[in-house]
Design a protein around this ligand. Structure first.
Ligand code: CTP
Length: 437
């Protein structure tokens, strides 16, 4: 039997880097905390940055807010100062003896600018430095996350596209805007993702800094999540208990490592992860269609969803009525297509990595690992993430533990931990396969 390899991130959650910051220094509570610079651009979404700031401070981050002069038109300095507990300035002429235009960027563990306007993207791409925020962007040596929010036309303008491409090439994480309602009555791509999701994105980046960084930059990946519904009539369906949490953790992890992510989400009740294109679906047929479309040209596809294996042979257009004689209707089922098998058999791109999931219990015919190896071979995928559910299922739990099985029989054991940690371990295995091709 092949021995398991170990995973770096499974063994090393957040703590290490943060404690390293304070090494050798006299104990200073602020020095133990990750230092975040929250830049705020002049857009209507500036008000959402207040909630982002709150999330950082309440979870123990030391935050310096650096608004632009236009941002202060939307939300005033007293608000930023009160929420961060620090003085706030938009220009380089305050407290000059502390050289803030250099120090703030140099000392940061993360710089996040939310919202980032088209103007700020242009300044950052061209290295302009005419206020405290743009100076900070030039002096920062830590990860930089820009969260654009603007009208769709501005986001799609060739000048903005070129600036975003330049920044991404330099390793800046430019988060894709969300789709939806914009400032006026119009809708489209350009919204700031929900503050909770921007926060989750930043936490991922802070936790991963120094490990893989932005190693998925330039990659396009597809993740499916949730459980499909197979309708009997307009109100009733056959479904399953998959929450979608693991798939969402995979999407979040990939986006924070720089990938362009499509998340095909079946019936989840979760907020869209920041920077991720979400395609909502209900049935297995819809999931199949959406996944196969997104998989064309993708570097990896991870099937974390739980598609129903069977669907009713017929779907009644009208609600099925109770019979007077007390009899129950017989429901005839037919098999759904196996999407994972189809993906593995018809790869649209050479080197595309296809990943499946399996919830297994050992039985008289073999151990969990034996059954998983047989399933991997049957499905034809490259990696199979195996949950041993003998002791109870993991549906809806924030934690998971699994074995990541490779087609050659080797495997990585990921110990009990967050679904986020398992997600990163899976992407580590995917990147290892890309490197091996
Ligand atoms: N899957 C799929 N299409 C389906 C059913 C499952 O793509 N119709 C995918 C799941 O997303 C998961 C993997 O297949 O990644 C394993 O699903 P599972 O239901 O455990 O496989 P089984 O249906 O049990 O396979 P078999 O019946 O061959 O054991």
């Amino acid at each position: 039997m092949t021995e398991p390899r170990t995973t770096a991130e499974a063994a090393s959650p957040t703590g290490e880097r943060l404690s390293a910051i304070s090494e050798g220094a006299p104990h200073d509570v602020a020095a133990d905390r990750p230092r975040v610079v929250l830049g705020v651009g002049g857009g209507i979404a500036a008000y959402k940055a207040c909630e982002l700031l709150r999330r950082f401070t309440e979870s123990g981050h030391d935050v310096t807010v650096v608004p632009t002069a236009s941002a202060l038109q939307f939300v005033g300095a007293p608000t930023w100062s009160a929420l961060s507990g620090k003085p706030v300035s938009d220009q380089v002429w305050d407290r000059v003896h502390e050289v803030p235009h250099v120090r703030i960027g140099q000392q940061a563990d993360l710089v996040v600018v939310a919202p980032t306007t088209a103007d700020l993207l242009a300044k950052a791409a061209h290295g302009l430095a005419d206020d405290l925020l743009t100076n900070t962007l030039l002096t920062a040596r830590c990860p930089v996350v820009l969260v654009p929010a603007m009208h769709t036309e501005m986001w799609e303008h060739p000048a903005t596209r070129a600036n975003v491409a330049t920044l991404r090439e330099r390793g800046v994480l430019v988060v894709e805007p969300a789709e939806g309602r914009l400032t006026g009555a119009d809708t489209g791509k350009g919204r700031l993702p929900e503050p909770a999701e921007v926060f989750a994105f930043c936490r991922e980046v802070l936790e991963r800094d120094g490990e893989t960084g932005r190693d998925l930059e330039g990659r396009r990946v597809v993740v499916s999540a949730g459980g499909t519904r197979e309708y009997l009539d307009p109100v009733r369906f056959l479904g399953n208990r998959s929450s979608g949490l693991q798939g969402y953790a995979l999407a979040r992890a990939a986006a924070s490592r720089g990938a362009k992510v499509t998340l095909v989400a079946a019936n989840t009740a979760l907020a869209d992860p920041a920077g991720v294109d979400v395609v909502p679906v209900e049935t297995t047929a819809e999931l199949r269609e959406a996944v196969l479309t997104a998989a064309a040209g993708a570097d990896a596809v991870v099937m974390a969803a739980a598609p129903a294996d069977f669907r009713p042979l017929a779907r009644s257009d009208a609600k099925i009525k109770k019979a007077e004689d007390g009899s129950a209707p017989a429901i005839e089922l037919e098999q759904n297509p196996d999407i994972l098998r189809e993906l593995a058999a018809e790869r649209s791109v050479a080197g595309q990595v296809v990943v499946g999931f399996a919830a297994e219990t050992g039985d008289a015919t073999g151990s969990v690992l034996d059954l998983a190896r047989a399933k991997l071979a049957r499905k034809g995928c490259d990696l199979l993430v195996v949950n041993d559910v003998s002791g109870g299922a993991v549906f809806g739990s924030p934690d998971n533990e699994a074995v990541i099985l490779e087609a050659d029989g080797s495997y990585v054991e990921v110990p009990h931990g967050s679904k986020g940690a398992l997600a990163h371990a899976i992407w580590d295995c995917v990147t290892a396969r890309w490197a091996a091709v």
